[in-house]
Design a binder for this molecule. Sequence first.
Ligand SMILES: Cc1cc2nc3c(=O)[nH]c(=O)nc-3n(C[C@H](O)[C@H](O)[C@H](O)COP(=O)(O)OP(=O)(O)OC[C@H]3O[C@@H](n4cnc5c(N)ncnc54)[C@H](O)[C@@H]3O)c2cc1C
Length: 243
Amino acid sequence: MADGEAMDIEFRSDVVVELIKSAASDADVLWAARVSTKGENSLAEIEADPERSKGLINFLMRDRHGTPFEHSSMTFYVKAPIFVFREQMRHRTFSFNEESGRYRRLEPVFYVPGPDRKLVQEGRPGKYVFVDGTPEQHKIVTAAMEESYRQAYRAYTEMLDAGIAREVARSVLPVGLYSSMYLTCNARALMNFLSLRIKREDATFPSFPQREIEMVAELMEEEWAKLMPLTHAAFEANGRVCP
Ligand SMILES: Cc1cc2nc3c(=O)[nH]c(=O)nc-3n(C[C@H](O)[C@H](O)[C@H](O)COP(=O)(O)OP(=O)(O)OC[C@H]3O[C@@H](n4cnc5c(N)ncnc54)[C@H](O)[C@@H]3O)c2cc1C
C-alpha cells in the first residue's frame, strides 16, 4: 500500500448511529416518580390511566424534576469522524468505549463534507450564520481534504511497514478519520445532549452546534422518540430544556 493513489481509501459524508440495546420507556419515568406518593406498587396504575401518565410526565419536565428520567438506559453504536467524538466525549454523563488506535490498524475512512453542508461562516463570534458554499468552494474543499487524507494515510502505512508501533504512527492521522464507539446514557443525559447539540430556533435556549455532531444527535433523538414517546413529546412541549 505504498502508492497513495492506489490506496483503498474511503471518503464519506455521513455518520452512523444504531441503537444496540435499551431499557427505556415512559413507564420507567412514571414508576420512579410515583414512588414518592404511592409507594413502590405503582406500575398497575400506569397502564390504567394513560392521560394521567402524560400529565405527570409533562409536569416533571416543566418543573424540572429530572431524576425520574434517569431510570433508563440506551446503548448506541456511533461511527463518526474523530472531531465529532471530541465533542461527544465532553458529555460526562455518558459512558464510552471507543476502538483503539494502539491495538489495531486504523482503517482509511475519512470525512468529506457532502454537497448540503454549509461551508461559509458569516458574521462575528456569538452572532454568525453558515451559508452554502459555491460549487467551486465545494470542489476546493473536496480536493484539499482528499489529497491531505491520502498523504497522511500513506505516511501512516509507511511507518507501519517499517515496523513502527501503531500508537506512534497514528500521530499523523487527522481528525477527519472515522472512529467507532459504543455509548450508553439515560434519558436525562440524552436530553441535555440534545438540547446542546441540535439547533432549534424554537428552543427556550437555542444552541449552535457544529453540523456533524448535530447529525449524530438527530439520529439518536429519532431512536429515543420511538422508545419514550410521551417523554419526547413533553421535552418538545417544554422548549427542549433538559429537566
Ligand atoms: C455550541 C457549543 C460550543 C462549545 N464550545 C466549546 C469550546 O469552545 N470549548 C470547550 O472547551 N467546550 C465547548 N463546548 C463544550 C461544553 O462546554 C460542554 O463541555 C459540553 O456541552 C457538555 O455539556 P455539559 O457539561 O452540560 O454535559 P455533561 O458533561 O453530560 O453534564 C450534564 C450535566 O451534569 C452536570 N454536571 C456534570 N459534571 C459536573 C460537574 N463537574 N460539576 C457540576 N455539574 C456537573 C451539569 O448540570 C451538566 O449540565 C461547547 C458546547 C456547545 C454545545
